[in-house]
Design a protein around this ligand. Structure first.
Ligand SMILES: *[C@@H]1O[C@H](CO)[C@@H](O)[C@H](O)[C@H]1NC(C)=O
Ligand SMILES: *[C@@H]1O[C@H](CO)[C@@H](O)[C@H](O)[C@H]1NC(C)=O
Length: 403
């Protein structure tokens, strides 16, 4: 009896779990998910990304199969042209992808990231940021950034350094130090000169990094200065302090200010224009404006090209630095087709503007996209799906460079 009881107890415990099913549209899997992993009849558990699988209804033409290729009714990309091959043929310096250190253990992922026919440039997504590089004052750690740069060197890829000064991912010793203007000025100088100096170009064809996002996201969407520890303590002077420190540390690197929601014309783009004008008038080194381009399917600003032109008219280069084009899930064939058009429009705008030097996508696969973790219910923003299968967006990028 005792043995039987022991055998029955766990069985009883298991049955409710095994029979519980998620409703249509409910979550059914993902990292950290402890709920049901099967779906009610008529729906299928479908991987959206590593953190989220969802019960999608059968027969709607919107389902993909999980795990084994993208399959289903969704169209895929068919071009084999090579994204950087066509970018270089269009006279640009690079087409690249962001990456991040945890992904570098994924051999299939790294194999495509290292395919220089698609990517001749990479950007470390996180490992050169302040929290990663100077976690306590004066103590610098470069292992994460070094790993990305080593991969780039091995592959013969350019690197964009990202970033020196940003309101986010700051260690608390910076945000809570109650430093006065002079002290924080010195802290910014030390941080930028040490980090940029660490990656100062060597004498080789691909001197990493070739450009740096020295300042990231300085403005609010209405074009006013973002309130952060740097602006609140130093005023707008932090921008010049960081740029001058970066120039001194690596005179060959192109120095950028990078922001989002400056794709089209508007208050925020005008603020960027005015900042770059005033920096140039003051003799502060500034070489480029980074246009992040975290966009939404069907909403590429119609003024994108005109806006890039107003930036390059200031005497700086521009780059699309963090391109992805997200949608409300689930993916459909129609959304994928619209996304293809949208990628094509963005690339065509860069192609048309002589001073637009290149485009970086904010990782190439939905498997490692930041979008679902930040925008609830949205995703599928990258040109490759979570199974590393090309989407129509790939063909859109090719078409944009060849337009
Ligand atoms: C729904 O699709 C799944 C997987 O393709 C299948 O196993 C299941 O039988 C289907 N259910 C219905 C009701 O068609
Ligand atoms: C900080 O000091 C700089 C000069 O080093 C000055 O231009 C700036 O106005 C000061 N900012 C504030 C908020 O005091």
């Amino acid at each position: 009896m005792a043995r039987l009881t022991l055998a029955v107890a766990p069985l009883l415990a298991i049955i409710p779990l095994a029979t519980a099913q998620s409703p249509v549209w409910g979550q059914c899997g993902g990292i950290g998910w402890t709920g049901p992993t099967t779906c009610v009849a008529g729906s299928t558990c479908t991987v959206s990304n590593p953190y989220y699988s969802q019960c999608l209804p059968n027969g709607t033409g919107t389902t993909t199969t999980s795990g084994t290729g993208t399959g289903g009714a969704l169209p895929t990309g068919t071009s084999t042209a090579g994204l950087s091959v066509v970018a270089l043929a269009a006279g640009k310096k690079y087409f690249g992808s962001a990456t991040d250190n945890p992904e570098l253990t994924d051999t299939a992922y790294v194999a495509e990231l290292s395919n220089t026919k698609d990517f001749n440039q990479i950007t470390p997504g996180n490992s050169m940021k302040w929290d990663a590089t100077e976690p306590s004052r004066g103590t610098f750690t470069f292992s994460g950034g070094d790993a990305v740069v080593a991969l780039a060197k091995k592959n013969g890829q350019l690197v964009r350094g990202h970033n020196c000064v940003w309101h986010n991912q700051l260690p608390s010793w910076v945000t809570s130090g109650n430093f006065d203007n002079a002290t924080l000025t010195s802290i910014v100088q030390t941080h930028c000169s040490t980090v940029v100096g660490h990656y100062k170009g060597q004498i080789c064809k691909y001197s990493p990094p070739h450009s740096w996002d020295v300042i990231n996201e300085p403005f609010n969407d209405d074009g006013t200065w973002r309130s952060d520890v740097f602006y609140n303590t130093m005023g707008s002077s932090y921008v010049a302090v960081a740029l001058r420190a970066a120039r001194a540390a690596d005179p060959a690197a192109k120095l950028y200010i990078n922001d989002y929601n400056i794709e089209g014309t508007g208050a925020k783009s005008t603020a960027m224009v005015n900042l770059v004008k005033s920096l140039k008038a003051s003799g502060v080194p500034i070489d480029g404006i980074g246009v992040q381009a975290h966009l939404i399917v069907g909403q590429v600003p119609s003024t994108l090209q005109a806006n890039l032109e107003q930036f390059t008219a200031l005497g700086v280069e521009v780059a699309i630095t963090e391109l992805d084009i997200r949608m409300t899930l689930p993916e459909t064939a129609a959304l994928r087709q619209q996304q293809k058009q949208d990628y094509q429009s963005v690339i065509a705008a860069c192609k048309a503007v002589a001073g637009c030097v290149g485009v970086t996508i904010w990782d190439y696969t939905d498997k490692y996209s930041w979008v679902p973790g930040t925008f609830s219910g949205q995703g599928a923003a990258c040109p490759w799906d979570a199974n590393l299968v090309k989407k129509p967006a790939y063909d859109g990028i090719v078409a944009g460079w060849q337009s």
